[in-house]
Design a protein around this ligand. Structure first.
Ligand SMILES: [Fe+2]
Length: 308
């Protein structure tokens, strides 16, 4: 739940942490991203969770909302900005904020995360000898490999269409306005894949000859096509292109990860890919809940204590 985007999100935080507390002491509290694009709010939300939920390890990977540029959101009179200005606004902000999201991902977010006692997984894999467990994490990203190819024939140049993140008359994927990696999406995926490989190698090396019994992958974006929900209608499927990238999943299977957690999609999912168990348990926005007056019931449906 992005506490900034959801107007009432913050007010539910105490109830959410109270609900978590019902589980008693847990070994890991994992946050798979989309907390807030505002750095101070990202920090205070994690700090609140750290103070109210007892866990042996507090882990986080950021989501796409968390690497959004605050100044650009503040500059948007309308949220999201009107479609007709999409291309123009994107073009004018690209140079000014060149690679600002990459800096946020590599420097700012790890810094505030550390300050509140969470472990920031990207670039910092974690070996937990007590459980013979190794954890690596990444925001993940998308390269349009999860688009529904059935719709390709409707576009003259599908790649260019998805790179625009804009479906005229229907909508825009907001990363277009607010995420500034300073490189195309495919280059972002390549950069993150390099980091993922490096982190996994470092973890295995740290573990010596003895491979960890459990390799856990924590992602924000969806690494497996099985985690993408299609409706075979363009207005919906167009945005599936921005859900994840298949190279991440291929790597996780190749490296025999036993368990993977991801976020990004608001669907509750639990599935397996070969021998890898995959979990996605989003709280989602209160506006998506069946009954906002029954928060307890909603959390019971959405929050999951996973035993490994
Ligand atoms: Fe997301």
């Amino acid at each position: 739940m992005d506490v900034a985007e959801s107007s009432s999100g913050k007010k539910y935080l105490p109830k959410i942490s109270q609900f978590f507390a019902r589980f008693g002491d847990v070994d890991f509290l994992i946050c798979a991203g989309d907390v807030s694009p505002y750095l101070d709010e990202f920090e205070s939300t994690l700090e609140f969770l750290r103070a109210t939920v007892k866990a042996g390890h507090y882990l986080v990977v950021p989501g796409n909302h968390d690497i959004w540029i605050e100044e650009l959101i503040d500059a948007s009179v309308d949220f999201p900005p009107p479609l007709e200005f999409a291309s123009e606004m994107q073009a004018t902000t690209e140079d000014v904020f060149n690679a600002a999201s990459k800096r946020k991902y590599e420097k700012d977010l790890p810094k505030v995360t550390k300050r509140v006692g969470f472990h920031y997984l990207p670039g910092q894999p974690l070996l937990v000898e007590e459980f013979n467990m190794g954890l690596v994490g990444s925001i993940g990203w998308y390269d349009y490999t999860f688009r529904n190819e059935k719709h390709d024939e409707q576009f003259e140049d599908p790649e260019q269409m998805y790179a625009s993140k804009l479906l005229p008359g229907i909508g825009v994927f907001n990363d277009l306005f607010f995420a500034k990696w300073g490189m195309p999406d495919k280059a972002v995926v390549a950069y993150l894949m390099r980091q993922l490989r490096h982190d996994t190698e470092a973890l295995l090396m740290q573990n010596g000859e003895q491979r960890p019994l459990h390799l856990l992958g924590i992602f924000h974006h969806v690494p497996f096509r099985q985690g993408v929900v299609y409706k075979n209608q363009l207005w919906w499927d167009f945005f599936s292109a921005f859900i994840g990238a298949e190279c991440f999943g291929n790597f996780l299977i190749e490296q025999q990860f036993t368990t993977v957690f991801h976020g990004h999609t608001h669907f509750r999912l639990q599935y397996s890919v070969q021998k890898t168990q995959v979990h996605c348990h989003p709280i989602g926005y209160p506006s998506e809940w069946e009954n906002r007056r029954n928060i307890h019931g909603e959390l019971q449906r959405r929050v999951k204590l996973v035993t490994l």
